[in-house]
Design a binder for this molecule. Structure first.
Ligand code: 13P
Length: 248
């Protein structure tokens, strides 16, 4: 299975900056080839721009969140059908920043994943423990609880999701999980998927949390690390492409 390297721009960018970044990536893709599948997840207002810039290229695009509701009186929300209008291939759901700052629960994250799948959009389901949870030896229990809610909701579609393990203490901090620490959690998640789907090996389990051009190769060499969800380093064309090359 080809690895998947997905950028999460978070709340960064502008029309001008996005165009410069994407054009820089596309112009250097020749040297990268198709070492891995590539995706960029942008803020919703820029999805139309990404569609224009990336259509026909090897890079697909996606969103960072989706409403759990289908349509209607939900001011400020963006529906899965709207994401599909802009040909989004992926949507991140349950990012720790949404769980933490917007009170998203396991049940809400599961409903969002379900809504995305219903519209043919692959949810990138984020799970991960806080530092306090790791120190209390709760890592496995937390990530299993978070993933279980999604598996319960999407049932027979479990093999169609992407999972991203993002230890909260490693996000944007420069502190990365060691390859062994990450691999251990990824193996736990793989075993959990194996109980829910016949083909757990087909589910990409991405690592996210300060992955960069320097540490990517050793993380991506682990047997159960099938790619990366890249924050900061996805805002620099050369760094992002170096991570893609590391996935070869
Ligand atoms: P950083 O790569 O900036 O640590 O962010 C990781 C992340 O949260 C990706 O979703």
């Amino acid at each position: 299975m080809k690895k998947l390297i997905a950028g999460n721009w978070k709340m960064n960018g502008s029309l001008a900056a996005n165009e410069a970044l994407v054009k820089a990536m596309l112009s250097s893709l020749g040297g990268v080839g198709t070492a891995a599948d590539m995706a960029l997840c942008a803020p919703a207002p820029y999805l139309a721009q990404l569609q224009t810039l990336l259509q026909g290229s090897p890079i697909v695009w996606g969103a960072q969140d989706v409403s759990a509701h289908e349509q209607g009186a939900y001011t400020g929300e963006v529906s899965a059908a709207m994401l599909r209008d802009f040909a989004c291939r992926y949507v991140i759901v349950g990012h720790s920043e949404r769980r933490q700052y917007h009170g998203e629960t396991d049940a809400l994250v599961a409903a969002k994943a379900q809504r995305a799948l219903a519209l043919g959009i692959t949810p990138i389901v984020c799970v991960g423990e806080t530092l306090a949870e790791r120190e209390a030896d709760q890592t496995e229990a937390v990530v299993k609880r978070q993933l279980a809610a999604v598996i319960h909701a999407v049932a027979h579609c479990t093999s169609e999701i992407v999972v991203a393990y993002e230890p909260v203490w490693a996000i944007g901090t420069g502190k990365t999980a060691t390859p062994e620490m990450a691999q251990h959690v990824h193996a736990v998640l793989r075993a959990q998927l194996a109980a829910a789907t016949q083909h757990p090996e087909r589910v990409h389990i991405l690592y996210g949390g300060s992955m960069n051009a320097v540490n990517a190769a050793s993380l991506l060499a682990q047997p159960d690390i099938d790619g990366g969800l890249i924050g900061g380093a996805s805002l620099k064309a050369a760094d992002f492409l170096q991570i893609v090359v590391s996935a070869r």
